[in-house]
Ligand binder design. Sequence first.
Ligand SMILES: Cc1cc2nc3c(=O)[nH]c(=O)nc-3n(C[C@H](O)[C@H](O)[C@H](O)COP(=O)(O)OP(=O)(O)OC[C@H]3O[C@@H](n4cnc5c(N)ncnc54)[C@H](O)[C@@H]3O)c2cc1C
Length: 301
Amino acid sequence: MKLWHHYHTPSSIDEALALLDHYGGQARVIAGGTDLLVDLRAEEGEPFPALVDITAIPELTIIETRNNQIIIGAGVTHNQIVRSPLLAANATCLVESCGVVGGPQVRNVGTLGGNVAHALPAGDGTTSLVALDAEAEIILNGERRWVPILEMYQGPGQSLINSTHDLLLRFRFAPSGKGEATAFKRIMRPQGVALPILGCAVWLRLDGATIVESRVCIAPAGPTPLRVGEVEAFLNGQPASERTIHQTAELGQKVLHPRTSKYRATADYRREMIGVLLRRTLTLAVQRAQTGAAVPEGVGM
Ligand SMILES: Cc1cc2nc3c(=O)[nH]c(=O)nc-3n(C[C@H](O)[C@H](O)[C@H](O)COP(=O)(O)OP(=O)(O)OC[C@H]3O[C@@H](n4cnc5c(N)ncnc54)[C@H](O)[C@@H]3O)c2cc1C
């Protein structure tokens, strides 16, 4: 089955934009292809006139620190994130989430940018980027700008950018500072290789024995990824204790209303798992913030 007519591999952003412009909405950006090719096969439509592969553009394949911000190119693969010591220490939750995406083959080619541009609320990379309060750099209608990560999501599978003429370039967020730490955990069917039943990423800052600031993302819990404001508001100012974690888990179960999904699980089971995930991620993030040691857990190679 032929899926496209022309395959282009530009080596610069300008070249990629010129190609998209040339095809006037008839070409589509591709990165690892692990979402796009599955979709194209399922659609069984006419072959795409052209695909524009962004993974050879140097600016889109970097992981670096600049002006005390971590920058990750949209074309960086899940495995490159898993192998980055910079990210293991400073964005542990992101390493943990990218380390459980699919299997080794998917992680070898699937990119963080593709995970975000596909715009599913349960994308594992997405969940951690939300907890990290990341921003995404995009070229939207010809204008290059940074937007908060949550703005990228307009509905299930609906991105702010149109991948037939816009580009997602890079992500940026602050590295973990003193007393700060992150963690990610997810619940998955044992045989599952696609999207999780539920994922949870947490970022928090301790001042002594007190949680002074937190960000919590549980997904999917709505049509777009979201932060659980009630949980964050409760956590901030609480002692970093087992009792706080227990109370937070109970609160999360009250304020979130997951629905029954034939692909995932029943609403009751998912509500129960919200408590489990909050307990696990908060316990881990508190330990990391207290000790300053962050070794990613559960990561496949
Ligand atoms: C077997 C299997 C298991 C999977 N398991 C998981 C899982 O456990 N967790 C999970 O989160 N996901 C999973 N996925 C989904 C997928 O692998 C990830 O979402 C991956 O990160 C997608 O990245 P990609 O580079 O392959 O995107 P692609 O398929 O190349 O692109 C996805 C979409 O984004 C657009 N796009 C890509 N890059 C850009 C860019 N820079 N600018 C503009 N538009 C862009 C494309 O046009 C397309 O619409 C799985 C997929 C498969 C096939």
